[in-house]
Design a protein around this ligand. Sequence first.
Ligand code: GLU
Length: 320
Amino acid sequence: MIRGRFAPTPSGHMHLGNAKIALLSWLQVRAADGEFILRIEDIDLQRSKPSITEGILQDLQWLGLGWDEGPETIGAYGPYLQSQRLEKYEEALQTLQRAGRLYPCFCSRADLLGVAGAPHGLSSEGAVYNGTCRNLTREEQQAKSQLKNPSTRFGLQAEAFTFVDGIAGVQVFQPGSGGDFVVKRADGMYSYQLAVTVDDAAMGITHVLRGDDLLDSTPRQLALYKALGLQPPQFAHAPLILGEDGHRLAKRHGDLGLAALRKAGTRPETVIGWLAYISGLIDRPEKTAAVDLVQGFQLDHISKTPFVLSESMIRQLLPH
Ligand code: GLU
C-alpha cells in the first residue's frame, strides 16, 4: 500500500502552484489505490495561522482532493500538525547528537551573508555554510555559548547522494553539496529538513511528490534518513508554476488564491482541468473532475517544463 502526502505550510493561502502539487500527489496515490495524508507544516508558529489552515482544508475539499488522514484524524500516525509533534523532532535530534553528527554554530546572520560571496556558493536555503564552527574545540564552544545561543547544525559526511526522481530522473549530488545545514535554530525552532524527514518516516510515507524548488533539499533529507537509520520514500519533484517574471508564483502575480477564484465564481472543474492541462495530463484545458484523471495516471506523463502563467491565462480561469 503506498502512502503519499500533501504538506502545506499555512503561512499563505493556497494558490494555483500549491494546487497543482496537491493534485499531482493526490493522483499518484489514488491511481495506486493508496492512502493520502494531509500534514500541516505549521512548525513556524509565528508565520502560520489557523485561519489559513482552515482555508487550505476548504480549498482541497472544493477541488475534490479528499484525504484519508489529516488534522482532524486521531490515529496511529498522528497528530498531523507539526506544532504538535515537537517531542518527535527532539528525539531525533538526540539520536543525531549521540551519533556525533551535530555541532553548535555561533555564526551570525551577517557571518552567513558574508559566506554568500565565498566559493561555496548558494543553495535554495541561502549561502552554503563554509563550516566555520565545525571544528571548534569544546573550550571554544563553551566560551562562545556564554555570549550567544547557538543554532545546531548537521555535519555532512564525504558521501554522494544519488536517487532516481519519479519526474526529474536521475539525480546526483556530490559529497557535501548544500553544506552542513541547521536542524534547530538558535531560537529553539526545529528546521524544515529535520521535521519533514522525521514526519515522512513516522507517518509511513512511501511516496513524496512536491515542487521542484525542494529538489536540492532531498540530499539533505537523504543524509538525515541515513543517519537516523530510516527508510527514505521515493521522491518525485514537479515543476512549479512561474509568474511572467520567471519567479515562482506568489501574491505579486495577482490574486490567484483559490479562495479568490472560488469567490469570483470559477468552478473547481475549471481549475482542475486547467491544472491537468498545464501539467501535460490532458490535451485541452477542458472542465474535468479530479476523480476523472485517476485512471491511467502516470508520473511520466507529467510535463517537465515549468509553466509560465500570463495575464491572459488568468483571465481564462475567471468566469466569462
Ligand atoms: N511545507 C512545504 C511547503 O509548503 C512542503 C514540504 C514538502 O513537501 O516536503 O513548501
